[in-house]
Design a protein around this ligand. Structure first.
Ligand code: GLU
Length: 568
């Protein structure tokens, strides 16, 4: 009598038999895989990290942010950083996605030591594509079933929806757990009959957790997160699905199995995974494995127009996509430098103390990472970029612009013209950059540079700004330029040149010193700045520009005279 009841509730279930029934084709043992993927032979303290993007073709700033942490942790410690393709969810997969991922990250200086590559796997811990690892997941799911720690579940969508409704009515915690996990109670014979009848099932973890206890009796798990310190959370109580109907693992199971077998020491991933951490901890426990060290990174946030912090969104923020930076032509060194400023709170201080040091000399630590939202700010990136580009030689900048143009502007005539004469462009790029005090920092990214420097080329030169009103109201633009041209000598040095401007200023009744004009506006028509602005607009089409004399030297005498002559 008693025995019969026990059988009914599954207590005497022959788990071994059940495991064979569910996984008849699995002949490898867990020990086989443990031996196939031995502990890595690395120096003490070496970290093994991985990036696990889904191959959707959309690679974003969050991926780069995480990859940067992975890369630094591994390479600073003499460890290994590998790429694993996480293609088990049903998200849209894009052909060539692996190539996109590898190339985008490589562009920003992130290189993998191991894992999926365009030419196949590199490394002894593969296969590195989750969809090729079906047999491995099944082997470990089988082990859990064999030990009574997982079971097949036949609940249909409708049944699950009905359970949810009942739970809502009773104000019970939602989900499939404990008494709600109806398939826990199936006998071997019932399971066998249903499988024979062609019914599909998922495999669920049989959780030991219980969150229905009074608050103070609920067991809690404590996990040390390298970024967040000790996390203290209620244990998992959900019979989480580990294998879907198709036999494909869920993220939870794939993560645990892969990171164990690939001997990952540090799992860097977004904070969106924090709520499922208790599931992962229970899975590691049930499989008898040591969990890795988790590093849950902060969400990337931005300030919107109203000054509110919000998550960067794929729909609203083009700057979330890594393509954005490549297309705009941000230099990878600038993006790296900027990312470090938001990744480690002590980086900027270090940079001030070590202005010329290689960025890789900075010791990156997870402890100095923010655990609330990391604020991403394009203006700040631009400021950082100005500083970084200042340290890159004109020749290297030329090469960078050329590579960018070849990829993103192959048919842009203006850009072609700009790149046609290397020596000419290098001189332009260097204007004012070597000044001891206040060197010019006006290069930010390729597209901006192209626009900013367009006036140096006749093909793209345009008058964009107006002549200064002070001169226009006196109808003297032509007169200023005529006088300027009459005295113009291309071989004048900067000082002689400027003295001539002063002479014209004085002769036409403008103040040689701007402050005199400000003090006595009635005594002058304007000041020396207005006179030179006339020359600026005629030569550059803009009211703002670097030093006129220097620009004339680069434009050359002929082009200078010709542009000026148009205004007479
Ligand atoms: N495939 C997961 C994602 O794209 C990776 C998370 C992880 O790194 O564990 O979010």
């Amino acid at each position: 009598m008693v025995k019969c009841r026990e059988e009914k509730v599954g207590l005497t279930m022959d788990h071994k038999k059940l495991a064979e029934l569910l996984f008849p084709g699995i002949d490898k043992t867990p020990e086989y895989y443990e031996e196939l993927y031995p502990l890595r032979d690395l120096p003490d303290g070496a970290k093994v990290t991985r990036l696990g993007p889904s191959p959707t073709g959309f690679i974003h700033l969050g991926n780069l942010y995480g990859a940067f942490v992975d890369e630094r942790l591994a390479h600073q410690s003499g460890g290994v950083f590998f790429l694993r393709i996480e293609d088990t969810d049903d998200k849209r997969e894009v052909e060539g996605a692996v190539e996109i991922i590898i190339n985008s990250l490589r562009f920003f200086g992130i290189n993998f030591d191991e894992g999926a590559t365009m030419a196949g796997d590199v490394g002894a811990y593969g296969d590195y594509t989750q969809s090729h690892r079906g047999l491995i997941y099944q082997c470990f799911a089988k082990k859990l079933v064999d030990e009574g720690k997982a079971y097949p579940c036949f609940l249909s969508e409708e049944e699950i929806a009905a359970i949810r409704e009942e739970q809502q009515a009773l104000k019970a915690n939602p989900g499939i757990y404990a008494k709600w996990a109806k398939s826990r109670e199936l006998t071997y014979d019932e399971i066998e009959a249903r499988i024979k009848a062609g019914e599909q099932f998922v495999v669920r973890l049989k959780s030991d957790g219980n969150l229905d206890l009074p608050e103070d009796q609920i067991r809690r798990i404590k996990v040390k997160d390298a970024i967040r310190g000790v996390l203290d959370m209620p244990e998992n109580d959900q019979d989480t699905v580990i294998l879907k109907r198709t036999g494909i693992p869920t993220y939870h199971f794939a993560h645990v199995v892969d990171d164990h077998l690939m001997r990952t020491t540090h799992v860097v991933r977004g904070a969106e995974w924090l709520p499922s951490l208790p599931i992962h901890i229970e899975l590691f426990e049930k499989l008898g494995w040591e969990p890795p060290i988790y590093c849950h990174t902060a969400q990337l946030m931005k300030l919107d127009e109203e000054g509110n912090k919000r998550k960067l969104s794929k729909r609203l923020d083009p700057e979330l996509s890594l393509d954005y930076y490549r297309k705009e032509g941000y230099h990878p060194a600038a993006v790296r430098e900027y990312l470090l400023t938001i990744l480690n709170s002590n980086f900027e201080e270090w940079r001030l103390a070590n202005p010329d040091a290689d960025i890789d000399e900075f010791e990156f630590t997870t402890e100095k990472m923010s655990n609330s939202g990391a604020l991403f700010d394009l203006n700040k990136l631009n400021d950082v970029s100005k500083e970084v580009l200042l340290k890159i030689s004109a020749s290297d900048l030329y090469d960078f612009l050329k590579a960018w143009a070849d990829e993103f502007r192959p048919d842009d005539e203006g850009v072609k013209v700009m790149l046609a004469d290397r020596a000419y462009l290098e001189r332009i790029l260097d204007i004012g950059r070597h000044a001891e005090r206040n060197p010019r920092k006006d290069h930010i990214f390729a597209d901006q540079m192209v626009k900013n420097l367009s006036y140096f080329f006749d093909e793209t030169f345009e008058i964009e700004d107006e002549m200064p009103q002070e001169v226009v109201v006196h109808d003297e633009v032509g007169t200023v330029i005529k006088k300027y041209l009459e005295t113009y000598d291309h071989s004048d040095d900067n000082e002689t040149w400027f003295n001539k401007i002063r002479a014209i200023t004085d002769e036409l009744g403008y103040a040689v010193k701007p402050k005199d004009y400000k003090k006595h506006p009635d005594e002058y028509k304007g000041h020396v700045g207005h006179i030179s602005t006339v020359i600026r607009v005629a030569l550059m089409g803009r009211q703002q520009s670097p030093d006129i004399w220097e620009i004339q030297q680069i434009l050359g005498e002929e082009r200078t005279r010709e542009r000026l002559a148009r205004f007479i």
